[in-house]
Design a protein around this ligand. Structure first.
Ligand SMILES: [Zn+2]
Length: 282
């Protein structure tokens, strides 16, 4: 396993204001883990292998060769519906921006992964649950269009609760928009690799998430469309244990491989080089 880059180490041990500064409890085995060690281990529990959710910038540090150039960094939602429920949408966004240091739930840009130049987009579940509103949809589309211009493959790392409720039908439109962008990209003979991480659900799994030419799932990730309770109440049938896990989906042919975080960069590099060798010149 490659050593953790210095700036990833610095960032991942940054204390979070609400939680314990030094310790983290594993959600799977209950082990109490020292955050600094956990960051060194890429936020994977050393006892049971549980993969903690990763911030977008940490994921980029893990995958990019240190040359990430962000695109459309300043795109921000305009609160198109002037939405308010428990609190105004604008306030929720402002809070998430402060906590995450991001303007939106995805970061997109160009970089190399294991030496191969790609367009890379990484979603952040800690920002509005990784929901897709107008800006997420626009940034995914812009990334795909820029990669098409430069004839680069695209890697999209998803983590999402679905479409962003507070943007109503404008959020739903992003499913059609991103799907159409992937379709145009595919017609050029360029490959899209999606990496589904915990959790990938709703509008993102129903659009570009499952449109990858190669679909990789991170070990242990919950992946599906509707949640278990919604399906239970709709079809009134007993659902199999673990039916929305990465491993279950692999067994049933819904994803191409399940990869552990420590191996993800190497696997992506191999897949990208393999696809480049098969490519037909433009
Ligand atoms: Zn554990």
């Amino acid at each position: 396993m490659a050593p953790t880059p210095q700036w990833l180490r610095r960032r991942t041990v940054k204390p979070e204001p609400a939680g314990d500064v030094l310790w983290e409890i594993c959600r799977s085995c209950g082990e109490r883990l020292y955050k600094k060690d956990l960051a060194e281990k890429l936020w994977v529990c050393p006892r049971c292998g549980y993969h903690f959710r990763l911030h977008a910038l940490d994921r980029i540090a893990l995958l990019a060769d240190g040359d990430f150039q962000e695109l459309a960094a300043l795109l921000a939602t305009g609160d198109p519906l002037q939405w308010s429920d428990r609190m105004p949408y604008a306030e929720k966004i402002a809070g998430d921006r402060k906590k995450s240091g991001l303007l939106e739930a995805i970061v997109v840009g160009l970089c190399r992964i294991d030496g191969v130049r790609v367009g890379l987009g990484v979603m952040d579940f800690f920002f509005r649950g990784g929901t897709m509103g107008s800006v997420v949809g626009e940034k995914v589309t812009l990334l795909i269009e820029e990669a098409a211009r430069q004839r680069l493959p695209v890697v999209l790392v998803t983590a999402s609760g679905g479409a962003r409720m507070e943007e109503g039908v404008i959020a739903l439109m992003q499913l059609a928009k991103t799907t159409a962008a992937v379709e145009r990209f595919s017609e050029l003979g360029l490959p899209l690799i999606t990496v589904l991480t915990d959790p990938t659900t709703g509008g993102v799994s129903a659009s570009f998430g499952f449109q990858g030419d190669i679909i990789i799932a991170e070990a242990g990730a919950a992946i599906g469309f509707a949640g278990r309770r919604v399906i239970d109440q709709t079809i009134r049938q007993k659902l199999p244990e673990g039916f929305q896990s990465a491993e279950f989906l692999l067994e049933h042919g819904q994803v191409d491989m399940v990869v552990r975080r420590s191996e993800l960069k190497g696997v992506l590099g191999k897949v990208l080089r393999f696809l480049a060798a098969q490519a037909v010149p433009a």
